[in-house]
Design a protein around this ligand. Sequence first.
Ligand SMILES: *Cc1c(COP(=O)(O)O)cnc(C)c1O
Length: 360
Amino acid sequence: MTAGRIRKWLRPAVADMAAYKVADASGMVKLDAMENPYGLPLELRAAWADRLQQISVNRYPDPAATDLKRALREQLDLPTESGLILGNGSDEIIQMLAIALGGEDRAMMSLEPAFVMYQLIARMNGLRYISTDLQQDDFSIDLPATLKVIEAQQPAVVFVANPNNPTGNIHELDVLRKLAEAVPGLLVVDEAYEPFTDMTALPLLAEYEHVMVMRTVSKMGLAGLRLGYLLGHNAWIDQLEKVRLPYNINVLSQHATTFALEHLDIFEEQAMRIRADRQKVFAALQAMPALQVWHSEANFILFRAPQGQGTVLYEQLKQHRVLIKSLSGGHPYLEDCLRVTIGSGEENQQFLETLQHLLH
Ligand SMILES: *Cc1c(COP(=O)(O)O)cnc(C)c1O
């Protein structure tokens, strides 16, 4: 009975989907989700609790999130013609873009291997998902091939994560400019990993009214708050505001993020520590002759296990209570590839020692 009703009424696009799975991490050294390992320093916690105590949870949040947006504008030094819109994580912003620019004949595009949410959100919202491959050796953009697909398919939105997840590399501004020149709709540069690189596409906002930059507080150390934001020309932001649900950013996230931005130096210092540790983990992985390792500008490193060993190594690490991410079975360029998040010094050490032990 139920199965029959579901078959009759569930949208086929949803029926065809698999739910997004998150691995159980209880009791694990958790290096699978690009979380910051440090958390809020003890000396800040009292002030943080104090601030949250003043919140009226019986009232709806400020629908415009005025204080938080002001704090973000100041931090970013945004020009007046640029606006910003907030999402319950950048995932929700991708969804707002899908709703605002969607339709059966509309396509969302990204460059593979890519962040899986672009494809998932496109499909669940009834858009076509299209992609071109990055170059197999170094995951740089294959411009001629990419421009050809853009020309032929006329995507409504093109997403480029910079640094890219799951590969960790960056694309230079000149390449992004060439994409911007060709994209008929919007080009969204996803800077989720901005805390861990010097690269930013913010200068492009002044050059192109159809280029937007998306960021999040998730990777800088506030993944639990669910706050993402999109920067772009006010003319576009005003339209996107129409599809944002009025109270999408809850009152706790608004106040907690505003408070965190007042102490940005602490998060910046943590990011610097993670960048330094990334170099140590990179060197240690590179010293293991069985592995192929890619440079990363993000808080994770992509590496390849010997042929046919990727998922085995992942499972063995898990048995030793170290959880990373296995990428086999996704994009063909990532067979036997694994992605490890940079954790605390101790966590990285535990991961490296276990890996070393398993490879012997
Ligand atoms: C982690 C990540 C995000 C963050 O999404 P949130 O919903 O803000 O947590 C966005 N884009 C990419 C490429 C990511 O890897």
